[in-house]
Design a protein around this ligand. Structure first.
Ligand SMILES: Cc1ncc(COP(=O)(O)O)c(C=O)c1O
Length: 441
Protein backbone atom coordinates (compact mmCIF):
# COMPACT_ATOMS: atom_id res chain seq x y z
CA UNK A 1 0.00 0.00 0.00
CA UNK A 2 3.00 2.30 0.44
CA UNK A 3 3.74 4.17 -2.79
CA UNK A 4 7.09 3.05 -4.25
CA UNK A 5 8.83 6.37 -4.49
CA UNK A 6 8.55 8.82 -1.63
CA UNK A 7 11.14 11.17 -3.01
CA UNK A 8 9.11 13.10 -5.56
CA UNK A 9 6.95 14.99 -3.08
CA UNK A 10 8.41 18.00 -1.27
CA UNK A 11 6.32 17.87 1.87
CA UNK A 12 5.07 21.12 3.46
CA UNK A 13 6.44 22.21 6.85
CA UNK A 14 7.99 18.76 7.29
CA UNK A 15 11.32 17.14 8.00
CA UNK A 16 11.38 15.49 4.55
CA UNK A 17 14.55 13.44 5.02
CA UNK A 18 13.45 12.13 8.40
CA UNK A 19 9.97 11.26 7.07
CA UNK A 20 11.31 9.48 4.02
CA UNK A 21 13.60 7.40 6.22
CA UNK A 22 10.72 6.56 8.62
CA UNK A 23 7.47 7.08 6.70
CA UNK A 24 4.25 7.49 8.64
CA UNK A 25 1.57 6.90 6.04
CA UNK A 26 -2.14 6.84 6.69
CA UNK A 27 -4.34 5.20 4.10
CA UNK A 28 -7.88 5.49 5.42
CA UNK A 29 -9.88 7.48 7.97
CA UNK A 30 -13.18 7.02 9.76
CA UNK A 31 -14.64 8.89 12.71
CA UNK A 32 -11.84 9.59 15.21
CA UNK A 33 -9.30 7.24 13.63
CA UNK A 34 -6.83 6.98 10.79
CA UNK A 35 -5.61 3.62 9.57
CA UNK A 36 -1.88 3.43 8.95
CA UNK A 37 -0.28 1.61 6.03
CA UNK A 38 0.88 -1.09 8.44
CA UNK A 39 -2.73 -1.71 9.46
CA UNK A 40 -2.81 0.11 12.81
CA UNK A 41 -5.58 2.36 14.12
CA UNK A 42 -4.22 5.84 14.88
CA UNK A 43 -6.37 8.09 17.06
CA UNK A 44 -6.55 11.48 15.35
CA UNK A 45 -5.79 13.80 18.23
CA UNK A 46 -5.48 16.82 15.94
CA UNK A 47 -8.67 16.77 13.85
CA UNK A 48 -6.25 16.17 10.98
CA UNK A 49 -4.63 19.59 11.15
CA UNK A 50 -7.24 21.51 13.18
CA UNK A 51 -9.85 20.97 10.46
CA UNK A 52 -11.81 17.71 10.61
CA UNK A 53 -14.04 19.02 13.40
CA UNK A 54 -16.95 16.63 12.75
CA UNK A 55 -14.75 13.56 12.40
CA UNK A 56 -13.62 11.67 9.32
CA UNK A 57 -15.58 10.00 6.57
CA UNK A 58 -18.84 11.94 6.82
CA UNK A 59 -21.16 10.48 4.23
CA UNK A 60 -23.39 13.57 4.03
CA UNK A 61 -20.42 15.62 2.87
CA UNK A 62 -19.25 12.94 0.42
CA UNK A 63 -22.71 12.80 -1.14
CA UNK A 64 -22.98 16.59 -1.37
CA UNK A 65 -19.62 16.75 -3.15
CA UNK A 66 -20.55 14.03 -5.62
CA UNK A 67 -23.97 15.54 -6.37
CA UNK A 68 -22.42 18.97 -6.85
CA UNK A 69 -19.84 17.76 -9.36
CA UNK A 70 -22.62 16.20 -11.42
CA UNK A 71 -24.94 19.22 -11.14
CA UNK A 72 -22.46 21.99 -11.81
CA UNK A 73 -18.81 21.14 -11.31
CA UNK A 74 -17.37 24.58 -11.78
CA UNK A 75 -18.57 28.06 -12.55
CA UNK A 76 -16.67 31.26 -12.00
CA UNK A 77 -18.05 33.90 -9.68
CA UNK A 78 -16.65 36.69 -11.87
CA UNK A 79 -19.58 38.71 -13.26
CA UNK A 80 -21.68 35.53 -13.30
CA UNK A 81 -22.34 33.27 -10.33
CA UNK A 82 -23.83 30.00 -9.16
CA UNK A 83 -26.36 29.75 -6.32
CA UNK A 84 -24.32 27.76 -3.79
CA UNK A 85 -21.93 30.68 -3.11
CA UNK A 86 -24.89 32.72 -1.90
CA UNK A 87 -26.30 29.78 0.07
CA UNK A 88 -22.92 29.31 1.72
CA UNK A 89 -22.43 32.98 2.58
CA UNK A 90 -25.95 33.16 4.03
CA UNK A 91 -25.43 30.05 6.14
CA UNK A 92 -22.03 31.20 7.35
CA UNK A 93 -23.46 34.51 8.49
CA UNK A 94 -26.11 32.67 10.51
CA UNK A 95 -23.41 31.30 12.81
CA UNK A 96 -21.49 34.54 13.14
CA UNK A 97 -21.74 36.40 16.45
CA UNK A 98 -24.54 38.92 16.60
CA UNK A 99 -25.28 42.09 18.41
CA UNK A 100 -21.80 42.98 19.60
CA UNK A 101 -21.75 45.95 17.27
CA UNK A 102 -24.97 47.46 15.98
CA UNK A 103 -24.52 46.35 12.41
CA UNK A 104 -23.09 42.84 13.02
CA UNK A 105 -21.48 40.78 10.28
CA UNK A 106 -23.13 41.13 6.91
CA UNK A 107 -20.97 39.83 4.05
CA UNK A 108 -18.55 37.10 3.07
CA UNK A 109 -15.60 36.96 0.67
CA UNK A 110 -14.46 33.47 -0.37
CA UNK A 111 -10.90 32.19 -0.66
CA UNK A 112 -9.42 28.69 -0.80
CA UNK A 113 -7.30 28.40 2.31
CA UNK A 114 -6.44 30.14 5.52
CA UNK A 115 -3.47 31.85 3.89
CA UNK A 116 -5.68 33.30 1.18
CA UNK A 117 -8.29 34.32 3.73
CA UNK A 118 -5.63 36.32 5.57
CA UNK A 119 -4.31 37.86 2.36
CA UNK A 120 -7.87 38.81 1.42
CA UNK A 121 -8.64 40.30 4.85
CA UNK A 122 -5.54 42.51 4.75
CA UNK A 123 -6.52 43.70 1.27
CA UNK A 124 -10.12 44.34 2.35
CA UNK A 125 -8.80 46.46 5.22
CA UNK A 126 -6.66 48.53 2.87
CA UNK A 127 -9.41 48.81 0.26
CA UNK A 128 -11.76 50.01 3.01
CA UNK A 129 -9.44 52.83 4.03
CA UNK A 130 -8.83 53.64 0.35
CA UNK A 131 -12.58 53.90 -0.22
CA UNK A 132 -12.78 56.38 2.67
CA UNK A 133 -10.08 58.53 1.14
CA UNK A 134 -7.50 57.37 3.72
CA UNK A 135 -5.14 55.56 1.39
CA UNK A 136 -2.15 56.55 3.52
CA UNK A 137 -3.31 53.97 6.06
CA UNK A 138 -1.12 51.10 4.89
CA UNK A 139 0.78 49.89 7.95
CA UNK A 140 -0.12 46.50 9.39
CA UNK A 141 0.26 45.20 12.91
CA UNK A 142 0.57 41.52 13.78
CA UNK A 143 1.88 39.79 16.86
CA UNK A 144 5.00 37.88 17.76
CA UNK A 145 4.44 34.10 17.55
CA UNK A 146 1.37 34.73 15.38
CA UNK A 147 0.80 32.42 12.42
CA UNK A 148 -1.23 33.73 9.54
CA UNK A 149 -0.40 31.28 6.79
CA UNK A 150 2.30 31.00 4.19
CA UNK A 151 1.75 33.88 1.79
CA UNK A 152 4.15 36.81 1.96
CA UNK A 153 1.59 39.06 3.65
CA UNK A 154 0.60 36.39 6.15
CA UNK A 155 4.25 35.63 6.88
CA UNK A 156 4.96 39.32 7.34
CA UNK A 157 2.22 39.93 9.89
CA UNK A 158 2.93 36.53 11.43
CA UNK A 159 6.07 36.18 13.43
CA UNK A 160 7.41 32.71 14.00
CA UNK A 161 11.16 32.96 13.60
CA UNK A 162 11.69 29.57 11.92
CA UNK A 163 9.01 30.32 9.29
CA UNK A 164 10.58 33.63 8.27
CA UNK A 165 14.30 33.08 8.25
CA UNK A 166 14.55 31.60 4.71
CA UNK A 167 12.56 34.50 3.24
CA UNK A 168 13.95 37.85 4.16
CA UNK A 169 12.09 39.98 1.60
CA UNK A 170 8.89 40.45 3.58
CA UNK A 171 6.32 43.26 3.51
CA UNK A 172 7.64 46.57 4.79
CA UNK A 173 5.62 48.72 7.20
CA UNK A 174 4.71 45.91 9.56
CA UNK A 175 5.01 45.94 13.35
CA UNK A 176 4.33 43.24 15.91
CA UNK A 177 2.72 43.32 19.31
CA UNK A 178 4.44 41.19 21.93
CA UNK A 179 3.06 37.68 22.36
CA UNK A 180 1.18 36.96 25.56
CA UNK A 181 2.85 33.78 26.79
CA UNK A 182 4.81 34.12 30.02
CA UNK A 183 5.21 30.77 31.72
CA UNK A 184 6.54 32.33 34.93
CA UNK A 185 3.43 34.45 35.32
CA UNK A 186 0.78 32.13 33.91
CA UNK A 187 2.22 28.59 33.81
CA UNK A 188 -0.29 25.74 34.06
CA UNK A 189 -3.28 28.10 33.67
CA UNK A 190 -6.59 26.45 32.97
CA UNK A 191 -8.37 28.44 30.30
CA UNK A 192 -7.68 32.18 30.10
CA UNK A 193 -4.77 33.36 32.24
CA UNK A 194 -5.31 36.17 34.72
CA UNK A 195 -2.02 37.85 33.80
CA UNK A 196 -1.25 39.81 30.62
CA UNK A 197 -4.04 42.28 29.80
CA UNK A 198 -1.47 45.10 29.91
CA UNK A 199 0.28 43.64 26.85
CA UNK A 200 -2.58 44.96 24.70
CA UNK A 201 -1.50 48.49 25.61
CA UNK A 202 1.57 48.01 23.40
CA UNK A 203 -0.83 48.82 20.58
CA UNK A 204 -1.07 52.34 22.00
CA UNK A 205 2.71 52.64 21.79
CA UNK A 206 2.72 51.62 18.12
CA UNK A 207 -0.02 54.14 17.41
CA UNK A 208 2.01 56.82 19.15
CA UNK A 209 5.11 55.88 17.17
CA UNK A 210 3.55 55.86 13.69
CA UNK A 211 0.34 57.87 14.05
CA UNK A 212 -3.05 56.20 13.84
CA UNK A 213 -3.63 57.70 10.42
CA UNK A 214 -0.85 55.50 8.97
CA UNK A 215 -2.18 52.20 10.34
CA UNK A 216 -4.63 50.07 8.37
CA UNK A 217 -5.22 47.01 10.50
CA UNK A 218 -4.31 44.87 13.47
CA UNK A 219 -4.43 41.10 12.99
CA UNK A 220 -4.28 38.49 15.75
CA UNK A 221 -5.39 34.95 16.32
CA UNK A 222 -7.78 35.09 19.30
CA UNK A 223 -5.99 31.93 20.46
CA UNK A 224 -2.59 31.50 18.82
CA UNK A 225 -2.57 27.90 17.55
CA UNK A 226 0.62 27.23 15.61
CA UNK A 227 2.61 29.44 17.99
CA UNK A 228 1.81 26.89 20.72
CA UNK A 229 -1.80 27.20 21.92
CA UNK A 230 -1.36 30.61 23.50
CA UNK A 231 -4.62 31.47 25.25
CA UNK A 232 -5.53 35.17 25.43
CA UNK A 233 -5.25 36.68 28.92
CA UNK A 234 -8.54 37.79 30.46
CA UNK A 235 -9.52 41.20 29.12
CA UNK A 236 -6.76 41.30 26.49
CA UNK A 237 -8.89 40.98 23.35
CA UNK A 238 -11.44 43.41 24.80
CA UNK A 239 -8.65 45.95 25.32
CA UNK A 240 -7.30 45.49 21.78
CA UNK A 241 -10.79 46.08 20.45
CA UNK A 242 -11.22 49.28 22.51
CA UNK A 243 -7.96 50.70 21.17
CA UNK A 244 -8.84 49.76 17.58
CA UNK A 245 -12.25 51.42 17.86
CA UNK A 246 -10.73 54.56 19.35
CA UNK A 247 -8.15 54.98 16.57
CA UNK A 248 -10.29 53.62 13.72
CA UNK A 249 -8.02 50.64 13.09
CA UNK A 250 -9.52 47.58 11.45
CA UNK A 251 -9.36 44.64 13.86
CA UNK A 252 -8.95 41.27 12.15
CA UNK A 253 -9.38 38.01 14.05
CA UNK A 254 -7.70 35.13 12.28
CA UNK A 255 -10.09 32.36 13.25
CA UNK A 256 -8.74 29.78 10.83
CA UNK A 257 -8.23 27.44 13.79
CA UNK A 258 -10.71 28.82 16.30
CA UNK A 259 -13.69 28.93 13.91
CA UNK A 260 -16.25 26.12 13.79
CA UNK A 261 -16.38 25.04 17.38
CA UNK A 262 -12.77 24.67 18.49
CA UNK A 263 -13.30 26.84 21.57
CA UNK A 264 -16.81 25.65 22.36
CA UNK A 265 -18.68 28.24 20.30
CA UNK A 266 -19.04 28.79 16.56
CA UNK A 267 -16.29 31.41 16.72
CA UNK A 268 -13.79 32.70 19.25
CA UNK A 269 -15.35 36.13 18.71
CA UNK A 270 -18.58 34.73 20.17
CA UNK A 271 -16.77 32.83 22.91
CA UNK A 272 -14.90 35.93 24.11
CA UNK A 273 -17.70 38.39 23.33
CA UNK A 274 -15.41 40.56 21.20
CA UNK A 275 -16.45 41.29 17.63
CA UNK A 276 -13.69 42.29 15.22
CA UNK A 277 -14.27 44.02 11.88
CA UNK A 278 -13.08 41.04 9.86
CA UNK A 279 -12.96 37.33 10.66
CA UNK A 280 -10.76 34.91 8.67
CA UNK A 281 -12.06 31.36 8.39
CA UNK A 282 -10.95 28.12 6.69
CA UNK A 283 -10.14 24.57 7.89
CA UNK A 284 -13.35 23.41 9.63
CA UNK A 285 -15.50 25.23 7.09
CA UNK A 286 -15.73 22.09 4.93
CA UNK A 287 -14.68 19.71 7.72
CA UNK A 288 -11.33 19.61 5.93
CA UNK A 289 -12.73 17.85 2.86
CA UNK A 290 -12.33 20.53 0.18
CA UNK A 291 -10.00 23.52 0.49
CA UNK A 292 -11.96 26.66 1.33
CA UNK A 293 -11.38 29.92 3.18
CA UNK A 294 -13.44 33.03 3.82
CA UNK A 295 -13.41 36.52 5.25
CA UNK A 296 -16.53 37.66 7.06
CA UNK A 297 -16.96 41.43 7.32
CA UNK A 298 -19.14 44.00 9.01
CA UNK A 299 -21.87 45.86 7.19
CA UNK A 300 -19.85 49.06 7.58
CA UNK A 301 -16.90 47.60 5.69
CA UNK A 302 -19.04 46.15 2.94
CA UNK A 303 -21.05 49.34 2.47
CA UNK A 304 -17.91 51.46 2.44
CA UNK A 305 -16.38 49.25 -0.27
CA UNK A 306 -19.56 49.52 -2.32
CA UNK A 307 -19.73 53.29 -1.95
CA UNK A 308 -16.05 53.80 -2.72
CA UNK A 309 -16.42 53.00 -6.40
CA UNK A 310 -19.52 54.53 -8.02
CA UNK A 311 -19.58 52.01 -10.87
CA UNK A 312 -17.60 49.02 -12.08
CA UNK A 313 -15.55 46.63 -9.97
CA UNK A 314 -15.47 47.61 -6.29
CA UNK A 315 -12.77 45.23 -5.06
CA UNK A 316 -9.90 44.26 -7.33
CA UNK A 317 -9.12 40.93 -5.74
CA UNK A 318 -10.24 37.34 -6.11
CA UNK A 319 -9.37 33.77 -6.98
CA UNK A 320 -10.46 31.46 -9.81
CA UNK A 321 -11.90 29.23 -7.13
CA UNK A 322 -13.49 31.89 -4.87
CA UNK A 323 -16.76 30.24 -3.83
CA UNK A 324 -16.04 27.05 -5.79
CA UNK A 325 -19.31 25.11 -6.14
CA UNK A 326 -17.84 21.88 -4.76
CA UNK A 327 -16.31 23.66 -1.77
CA UNK A 328 -19.65 25.40 -1.12
CA UNK A 329 -21.51 22.10 -1.31
CA UNK A 330 -19.05 20.53 1.14
CA UNK A 331 -19.30 23.60 3.38
CA UNK A 332 -23.09 23.57 3.44
CA UNK A 333 -23.08 19.88 4.34
CA UNK A 334 -20.48 20.45 7.08
CA UNK A 335 -22.43 23.38 8.57
CA UNK A 336 -25.56 21.22 8.61
CA UNK A 337 -23.74 18.49 10.52
CA UNK A 338 -22.41 21.01 13.06
CA UNK A 339 -25.95 22.25 13.61
CA UNK A 340 -27.88 18.96 13.51
CA UNK A 341 -25.46 17.30 15.93
CA UNK A 342 -25.11 20.40 18.12
CA UNK A 343 -21.36 19.92 17.88
CA UNK A 344 -20.28 23.36 19.08
CA UNK A 345 -22.08 22.73 22.40
CA UNK A 346 -20.81 19.16 22.60
CA UNK A 347 -17.28 20.45 22.19
CA UNK A 348 -17.90 22.84 25.06
CA UNK A 349 -18.94 19.98 27.34
CA UNK A 350 -15.96 17.82 26.39
CA UNK A 351 -13.62 20.77 26.95
CA UNK A 352 -13.86 20.55 30.74
CA UNK A 353 -13.01 16.85 30.62
CA UNK A 354 -10.01 17.59 28.44
CA UNK A 355 -8.91 20.34 30.83
CA UNK A 356 -8.95 18.05 33.86
CA UNK A 357 -7.28 15.20 31.98
CA UNK A 358 -4.44 17.13 30.36
CA UNK A 359 -3.44 18.94 33.55
CA UNK A 360 -2.82 15.56 35.18
CA UNK A 361 0.38 15.46 33.12
CA UNK A 362 1.82 18.21 35.33
CA UNK A 363 4.88 16.79 37.07
CA UNK A 364 5.75 14.40 34.23
CA UNK A 365 9.38 14.53 33.09
CA UNK A 366 10.38 17.64 31.09
CA UNK A 367 6.92 19.30 31.29
CA UNK A 368 7.30 23.05 31.90
CA UNK A 369 3.77 24.18 31.05
CA UNK A 370 0.32 22.90 30.19
CA UNK A 371 -2.35 25.20 28.79
CA UNK A 372 -5.78 24.67 27.32
CA UNK A 373 -8.97 26.23 26.10
CA UNK A 374 -11.97 24.59 24.47
CA UNK A 375 -10.85 21.49 22.62
CA UNK A 376 -7.25 22.62 22.28
CA UNK A 377 -4.40 21.95 24.66
CA UNK A 378 -0.62 22.09 24.66
CA UNK A 379 2.15 20.60 26.71
CA UNK A 380 5.42 22.50 26.58
CA UNK A 381 8.66 20.63 27.25
CA UNK A 382 12.07 21.76 28.32
CA UNK A 383 14.31 21.59 25.20
CA UNK A 384 16.86 18.77 25.30
CA UNK A 385 20.40 20.10 25.87
CA UNK A 386 19.15 23.57 24.93
CA UNK A 387 18.42 22.46 21.35
CA UNK A 388 14.88 23.44 20.43
CA UNK A 389 12.55 20.86 18.96
CA UNK A 390 14.49 17.61 19.31
CA UNK A 391 12.70 16.30 22.39
CA UNK A 392 9.33 17.54 21.12
CA UNK A 393 9.77 15.72 17.83
CA UNK A 394 10.74 12.53 19.63
CA UNK A 395 7.54 12.67 21.66
CA UNK A 396 5.49 13.28 18.51
CA UNK A 397 7.07 10.27 16.78
CA UNK A 398 6.65 7.95 19.73
CA UNK A 399 3.01 9.01 20.20
CA UNK A 400 2.39 8.08 16.56
CA UNK A 401 4.09 4.73 17.11
CA UNK A 402 1.83 4.26 20.14
CA UNK A 403 -1.27 5.03 18.04
CA UNK A 404 -1.97 8.75 18.53
CA UNK A 405 -1.55 11.70 16.18
CA UNK A 406 -0.50 14.87 17.99
CA UNK A 407 1.03 18.07 16.56
CA UNK A 408 4.52 19.25 17.35
CA UNK A 409 5.95 22.74 16.98
CA UNK A 410 9.34 23.12 18.59
CA UNK A 411 9.01 21.48 22.00
CA UNK A 412 5.28 22.06 22.23
CA UNK A 413 2.90 19.16 21.72
CA UNK A 414 -0.64 20.15 20.86
CA UNK A 415 -3.82 18.15 20.81
CA UNK A 416 -7.13 19.26 19.31
CA UNK A 417 -9.52 16.34 18.91
CA UNK A 418 -12.67 16.51 16.80
CA UNK A 419 -15.88 17.75 18.40
CA UNK A 420 -17.34 14.22 18.13
CA UNK A 421 -14.69 12.85 20.50
CA UNK A 422 -15.70 11.21 23.78
CA UNK A 423 -14.03 10.92 27.17
CA UNK A 424 -12.43 7.64 26.13
CA UNK A 425 -10.62 9.32 23.24
CA UNK A 426 -9.32 12.03 25.55
CA UNK A 427 -8.14 9.40 28.04
CA UNK A 428 -6.32 7.55 25.29
CA UNK A 429 -4.55 10.70 24.11
CA UNK A 430 -3.52 11.77 27.60
CA UNK A 431 -2.44 8.26 28.64
CA UNK A 432 -0.34 7.91 25.51
CA UNK A 433 1.30 11.29 26.06
CA UNK A 434 1.96 10.36 29.69
CA UNK A 435 3.49 7.01 28.76
CA UNK A 436 5.73 8.57 26.10
CA UNK A 437 6.84 11.39 28.40
CA UNK A 438 7.92 8.85 30.96
CA UNK A 439 10.21 7.05 28.50
CA UNK A 440 11.61 9.91 26.39
CA UNK A 441 14.90 11.28 27.63
C1 LIG B 1 -4.39 30.97 12.37
C2 LIG B 1 -4.04 30.46 11.01
N1 LIG B 1 -4.12 31.28 9.96
C3 LIG B 1 -3.84 30.87 8.71
C4 LIG B 1 -3.44 29.57 8.48
C5 LIG B 1 -3.11 29.13 7.10
O1 LIG B 1 -4.08 28.27 6.62
P1 LIG B 1 -3.79 27.39 5.32
O2 LIG B 1 -2.75 26.39 5.71
O3 LIG B 1 -5.13 26.79 5.00
O4 LIG B 1 -3.32 28.31 4.26
C6 LIG B 1 -3.34 28.68 9.54
C7 LIG B 1 -2.92 27.29 9.32
O5 LIG B 1 -2.71 26.52 10.22
C8 LIG B 1 -3.64 29.14 10.84
O6 LIG B 1 -3.52 28.34 11.90
Amino acid sequence: MIPNDLNTFLMPFSANKEFKANPRIVVAADGMFFKSSDGREILDGMSGLWCVNAGHGREEIANAIRDQVLEIDYAPNYHIAHPKSFDMSNRLLEIMPEGLVPEGMSNVFFANSGSEAVESALKIAMAYHFARGEDQRTRLIGRVRGFHGSGFAGMSVGNIESNRKQFSNLLPEVDHLPHTLNIEEMGFSKGQPNWGIHLADELESLVTMHGADRIAAVIVEPMAGAGGVIVPPKGYLERLKEICVYYDLILIFDEVITGFGRLGAATASEKFGVLPDLICLAKGMTNGTVPMGAVVMTENIYQTLMAGQPEGIEFFHGYTYSGHPVACAAGLAALKIYKDEDLFNKGQILASYLEEAIHKLKGHPHVIDIRNIGLAAAIELEPRDGVIGVRGFDVFRKCFDEGCLTRVTGDILAIAPALIANNGHIDMLVETLGKVLRIVD
